[in-house]
Design a protein around this ligand. Structure first.
Ligand code: GTP
Ligand code: MG
Length: 429
């Protein structure tokens, strides 16, 4: 079936995908991973003609799949007219070189494929700079393979051949370019920080989740704006922030780049400033594609990535999206397994009111710190604070007591009301 080439696919690069499964991965998982790799390849403009799964305890140090399998791969690529082979894992420079030699084809690994997609999709100055930086950082340790290639062509010149000189030059140039890009990013970052000022006192909410979970669609559904959404991976590479009015609170909602398993570390590193919105958010909406069999694993990957970008310990609402695709049995199963999650369909506008209610509830539960001076005689207010807040500092000045305390927003509302009714004009210092 994979061999059926549609007319529209004629111009597309024909690719083979290769993955391993072994002690830590089941065959089912490995198949799902290859399906995801196929989506990535499709996003990058390739058509998958062949999928190869191999049961292997460890990847082979020099060829990843082993010599015999490499020969088989070469044969298949010849027979099926395949130009490119993509591995569902990162290859070492040595493996990359040997597989290129062994197949005579173009060889990509997971990281280079993802980087390629990001490069093709980056539109703003920040995204373009971040991707180029990540690409160069990926390239730098792999430069040697070009040298080996060169020296082979020149009939094995010694270690100080022209190839190496070329590499030294390339290294220096790339090093310089990396420095320039980092400077550029710092400047862009400063601009962004200035833009962010002035919205500091608003509650900030960030949509996070696996790529294609429906974050942008949900952003559009909630705020009724036109953020780009598409059934391809990594439709969004930047952050968009929109003000959103709910019944009792107005918030800043941000949509940003999605996560994926084995996201290249360089990429996470260079996208850190785009992900500032996530790091600085008060509340996260973790959007999950409920229609995917891989949902539990997606949740794990997102949690791990949040750790990597240091955005943990945040109040989070788990939002299962695309429930329009689920049968009722699956819905109740989800509700049982994740009793605190909210089920929505961004596309069909199902469950949006409930989601907003959960956000408002969470804001009410949010804590904030206050300092107040209250006359000692107004013991009711002082007692209320002691009962409902965490008092961090308490000191007496004449007939006043000065208290610094952190309190849930909903309790603070009640306190303000109490202060009003007992006639205290308590100043927030
Ligand atoms: N059936 C169904 N499809 C949905 C729903 N929400 C989003 N989608 C589809 O899922 C695909 C991905 O949606 P996006 O909003 O682009 O997803 P994203 O999480 O922003 O993806 P990236 O930006 O690539 O990380 C699109 O084809 C949407 O139309 C939903 O509630 N139901
Ligand atoms: Mg998006």
């Amino acid at each position: 079936m994979l061999d059926d080439v549609k007319n529209s696919d004629i111009e597309r690069e024909r690719v083979a995908l290769v993955g391993l499964y072994g002690p830590d991965t089941t065959r089912f998982q490995a198949e799902e991973y290859l399906d995801e790799l196929e989506l990535l390849a499709d996003t990058a403009g390739g058509i998958t003609v062949e999928k190869i799964l191999q049961n292997k305890t460890h990847p082979d140090v020099s060829t990843y799949i082993g010599k015999g399998k490499l020969n088989e791969l070469k044969r298949i690529m010849g027979e099926k007219n395949i130009d490119t082979v993509i591995f569902d894992d990162d290859l070492t420079p040595t493996q990359l070189r040997n597989i290129e030699k062994g197949t005579d084809g173009k060889v990509l690994d997971r990281s280079s494929l993802i980087l390629d997609i990001f490069a093709g999709r980056a539109k703003t100055a920040a995204a373009k700079t971040q991707v180029e930086l990540a690409q160069l950082q990926y390239l730098l340790p792999r430069l040697t393979r070009y040298w080996t290639h060169l020296s082979r062509q020149k009939g094995g010149i010694g270690t100080k051949g022209p190839g190496e000189t070329q590499i030294e030059t390339d290294r220096r140039l790339i090093g310089k370019r990396i420095a320039t890009l980092k400077e550029k990013l710092e400047k862009l970052e400063k601009q962004r920080t200035t833009q962010r000022k002035g919205r500091e006192d608003m509650v900030r909410i960030s949509l996070v989740g696996y790529t294609n979970a429906g974050k942008s669609t949900l952003m559009n559904a909630l705020t009724e704006t036109g953020v780009f959404a598409e059934d391809r991976l990594f439709a969004t590479l930047d952050s968009t922030v929109r003000r959103h009015e709910m019944e009792n609170h107005s918030v800043l909602l941000s949509d940003t780049v999605g996560f994926i398993r084995k996201l290249p570390h360089n990429l996470v590193e260079s996208f850190k400033s785009t992900l500032d919105e996530v790091r600085e958010a008060d509340i996260l909406l973790h959007v999950v594609d409920a229609s995917s069999k891989m949902a539990p694993e997606y949740i794990e990957v997102v949690e791990e990535t949040l750790e990597e970008i240091e955005a943990t310990n945040k109040r989070t609402i788990l939002v299962f999206n695309k429930v329009d695709l689920l049968d009722p049995g699956k819905v109740s199963e989800l509700k049982r397994a994740y009793p605190n999650a909210v089920l929505v369909s961004a596309e069909q506008r199902i469950g949006l009111k409930e989601l907003e209610q959960s956000i408002e509830d969470m804001i009410e539960l949010e804590y904030s710190t206050h300092t107040m001076q209250i006359p000692v005689s107004k013991y009711k207010a002082v007692a209320f604070i002691h009962e409902n807040a965490n008092v961090e500092k308490e000191s007496y000045e004449g007939t006043d007591v000065e208290l610094t305390f952190s309190i849930a927003n909903k309790d603070f509302k009640q306190l303000s009301h109490l202060l009003d009714t007992i006639g205290v004009n308590s100043e927030v210092v």
